[in-house]
Design a protein around this ligand. Structure first.
Ligand code: PEP
Ligand code: MG
Length: 757
């Protein structure tokens, strides 16, 4: 009766263990390995081929002519050995010569052998060699024997790692492609260009030992890791807003299904039975799944595979204790960061000087991580589902989000083109920079206001660099996001004071903390922890009015920081006028308190609201008399108007800012605000895009607060237009909107000499 697969592998591994631990040199070890495997599987031939200088070279054999060792060499894809390596697949044949790829090598003397089985020796998902057995009898090897071979191949990969015997880069055509230059397309999320080496946000786990010393101990480790992982997934599913931005319910449900999948844990257990360590067992099962999936060309399954990979990596991280992200390990050189998705706080952990770009497998235009990246000036490409397959850690990458491309391992010619483009871009930036002292005045003499959005201390420098009119939106929650604990009042005050100092006489609008939604704070997850729909949940002003201790501290910090200067306070997510009243009253009470302590008060406090919840627009007549200013937050407004989650990558391209619904909605606000003497601005991402900004100006919006990098292009656009002509055109377009309003406006802009960068 044949042994079970684990028992067969175990028997071999036990014997291999001694060989691996011996002090002999690697070639001698390989000689011993082929003897052991040959004997255990009762195979006349057992051979090891390793990839060296791009060819699969016979390194050790039992049964073939010894004269062939280091003489027989096959290219990836050539002969059965080459096919196994190229496709990273297993072959099991009763008649080797009948296979169309069979290539006879006389020096080996292999013509006597009929049956053949070979498995790839895999390192980093690529074949770096092949382990093959042959037999004179024409028979197929049993599944248990193949399993045993695969397990042994895994151990061999450890043996040959770091010996320098095999090429670092593998042999599969996927590898051949991945060593070749490649262009992958993505969705442009943050404009810009950047060059750097690929770093995965979740670094690949290095498996130190594959053969177990104590199987029971390994089993316990894996049980413990499973428990921990399931706990994590359960927590993620029940608190979908914390730490898992963009990972949506569907993904989490699939995660959960895999996490509890009995088949998966059983297979890992069997791999442990065969003598592997917990890490090697997880990887072994993962390899097997990868091999199977490679044969199935189904995008849906590929997606699921992706989830399983993720989970398998999570399990590996837990079991190996290698939990850190690349940010914690530190970036050593210029980097393009790759992640499935990131939270804004996770991105902020990276060293800005080394971070040259971000590639997200998911991602969407108005997710906060995108906004943070924009604020950091880091270009981002999103929706790159295949990046993991195409890019290895350390690969050189050239990211050009303007053309939505990522060049992987570029050729010298590609690098040259990239450099030339970069130089051109820098030249254009220089042209924009030259505009910094020019005011944003239209050709018909209308002075608009162009301000910047900011949130980090360093952002404030953008005021001088761009010549912007002020800070129209200072997102105070960014300080909370980058902090591991709630920032104390003194720390807040220091930041606000610094910002006002740098701004000088240019106005700054501080928005009170807007946390919740995709800006989750792990240290504030109390009551809101299990919200089904956090973007519409207990966030921003709703949270701040209830946890008023937080807002009181912030109010004091802001009022003290302003001491003697004007202070502009803006409340986010106001949904009804009474919320504005309450927030304002809270501030006024803090002002009185500070006055009672005889501390210096601001010269003036102006209060404003954000209009991002559509319901508020229905009560404008009640709200406007209370306000000094109103700012339209098109990011949230769009998600609520269209009922489309701003962080959901599947909806990232579905709705257009240049849609009649949004434009007509905004137009309704303009006249009442002007009549009430309330300054009206737009501070969402929409205003930073030239064509969108053109439309907004055409609706009568005179104040934009935008990402700093957009100030130059937007000023250039403003200085190229005739405002009254744009207004007339928008009137026409909105009266009878064409299906493609964007196209129509772009066409008009082209004909009227509008500068659209
Ligand atoms: C908005 O919603 O448009 C906005 C400016 O605020 P945030 O993006 O920070 O939610
Ligand atoms: Mg908002």
């Amino acid at each position: 009766m044949p042994l079970s697969a684990p028992a067969a592998a175990r028997e071999i591994l036990t014997r291999l263990h001694d060989v691996m631990g011996s002090r002999s040199a690697t070639p001698a070890k390989l000689g011993a390995v082929v003897q052991i495997i040959g004997e255990a599987l009762n195979s006349e031939v057992c051979s090891i081929y390793l990839l060296r200088d791009g060819l699969l070279e016979l390194f050790a054999t039992r049964g073939l002519s010894q004269a062939a060792v280091h003489v027989t060499k096959l290219a990836p894809g050539e002969g059965l050995i080459g096919v196994i390596a190229a496709n990273v697949e297993t072959l099991n044949l009763d008649e080797a010569a009948a296979h169309p790829d069979f290539a006879y090598r006389p020096e080996t003397g292999e013509d006597r052998f009929h049956s053949f089985a070979g498995v790839p020796i895999i390192r980093r998902e690529q074949a770096v060699g092949v382990l093959a057995v042959q037999h004179t009898e024409p028979h197929r090897y049993e599944d248990v024997e193949i399993e045993a071979l695969q397990t042994v191949a895994m151990v061999l990969s450890e043996l040959i790692a770091n010996t320098g015997l095999a090429d670092e880069a593998g042999a599969s055509p996927t590898r051949a492609q991945t060593t070749a230059a490649k262009t992958i397309l993505g969705l442009r999320l943050v404009d810009g260009m950047g060059a750097g080496h690929a770093v995965y946000h979740q670094p690949r786990i290095t498996i130190e030992h594959t053969v177990a010393e104590d199987t029971e101990a390994e089993r316990h480790r894996v049980y413990g890791a499973f428990d921990k992982m399931r706990e994590q997934i359960d927590r993620m599913t029940s608190q979908a807003e914390f730490g898992v931005d963009g990972e949506h319910r569907e993904v989490l449900e699939t995660y959960k299904m895999f996490a509890y999948d009995e088949g998966w844990s059983r297979r890992i257990n069997e791999a442990i039975d065969s003598g592997l360590t917990a890490e090697a067992a997880i990887e072994r099962v993962q390899q097997r799944t990868r091999m199977r999936m490679r044969q199935i060309d189904d995008p849906l399954l590929a997606d699921r595979m992706h989830d399983l990979e993720d989970l398998s990596n999570r399990l590996l991280r837990i079991v190996s204790g290698q939990m850190g992200t690349a940010a914690q390990l530190g970036l050593r050189k210029d980097t393009i960061l790759i992640a499935r998705n990131l939270g804004p706080a996770e991105l902020l952990e990276y060293d800005r000087r080394r971070l040259k770009g971000v590639v997200l497998e998911e991602g969407s235009l108005t997710a906060h991580v995108t906004i943070v990246a924009r604020a950091m000036g880091v270009p981002v490409l999103g929706r790159m589902r295949n990046v993991r397959r195409e890019v290895s850690e350390g690969d050189l990458l050239l990211l050009d989000s303007n053309s939505s491309t990522l060049l992987v391992r570029p050729t010298a010619a590609m690098e040259e083109v990239f450099e030339a483009k970069l130089a051109l871009r820098q030249k254009r930036r220089a042209v924009f920079a030259a505009l910094k002292s020019e005011p944003p005045v239209t050709k018909d003499g209308h002075r608009l206001a162009v301000m910047v959005n900011a949130g980090l201390r360093d952002d404030v420098a953008a005021l001088d660099l761009t010549g912007a009119d002020g800070i129209g939106l200072f997102r105070t929650e960014f300080q909370f996001l980058v902090s591991a604990t709630l920032p104390q009042r003194e720390r807040q005050q220091r930041l606000y004071r610094d910002v006002l100092d740098v701004a000088g006489d240019r106005p700054v609008t501080f928005r009170t903390v807007d946390i919740g939604g995709d800006k989750a704070l792990p240290y504030l997850n109390g009551d809101g922890a299990d919200e089904e729909n956090p973007a519409m949940g207990w966030r921003a002003l709703r949270l701040a009015l209830e946890r008023d201790g937080l807002m009181k501290a912030q109010a004091r910090a802001l009022i003290d920081a302003a001491g003697g200067r004007a202070l502009n306070i803006m409340f986010p997510m106001v949904s009804e006028p009474w919320e504005f009243d309450e927030a304002r009253a809270l501030f006024e009470a803090q002002r009185d308190w500070i006055a009672s302590r005889n501390r210096m008060l601001p010269s003036q406090i102006r209060y404003g609201a954000m209009l991002e919840v559509p319901a508020l627009a229905e009560q404008l007549d009640l709200l406007l008399p209370k306000l000094d200013f109103l700012s339209i937050g098109t990011n949230d407004l769009t998600q609520f108007l269209f009922a489309a989650d701003r962080a959901n990558p599947k909806l990232a391209e579905r709705y257009d800012w240049l849609s009649p619904s949004i434009l007509r909605f905004i137009r309704r606000i303009v006249d009442p605000a002007r009549d009430a003497g309330v300054d009206l601005a737009v501070c969402g991402e929409m205003g930073g895009r030239p064509l969108e900004a053109l439309a907004l100006i055409g609706l009568g919006i005179d104040r934009l607060s935008i990402t700093p990098a957009a100030v130059g292009p937007i000023k250039a656009m403003i200085r190229s237009i005739d405002r009254s002509a744009v207004m007339a055109e928008m009137e026409t377009l909105l009266a009878r909107p064409p299906r493609d309003l964007r196209g129509a406006l772009a066409h008009w802009a082209g004909e009227h000499g509008v500068e659209l960068a």
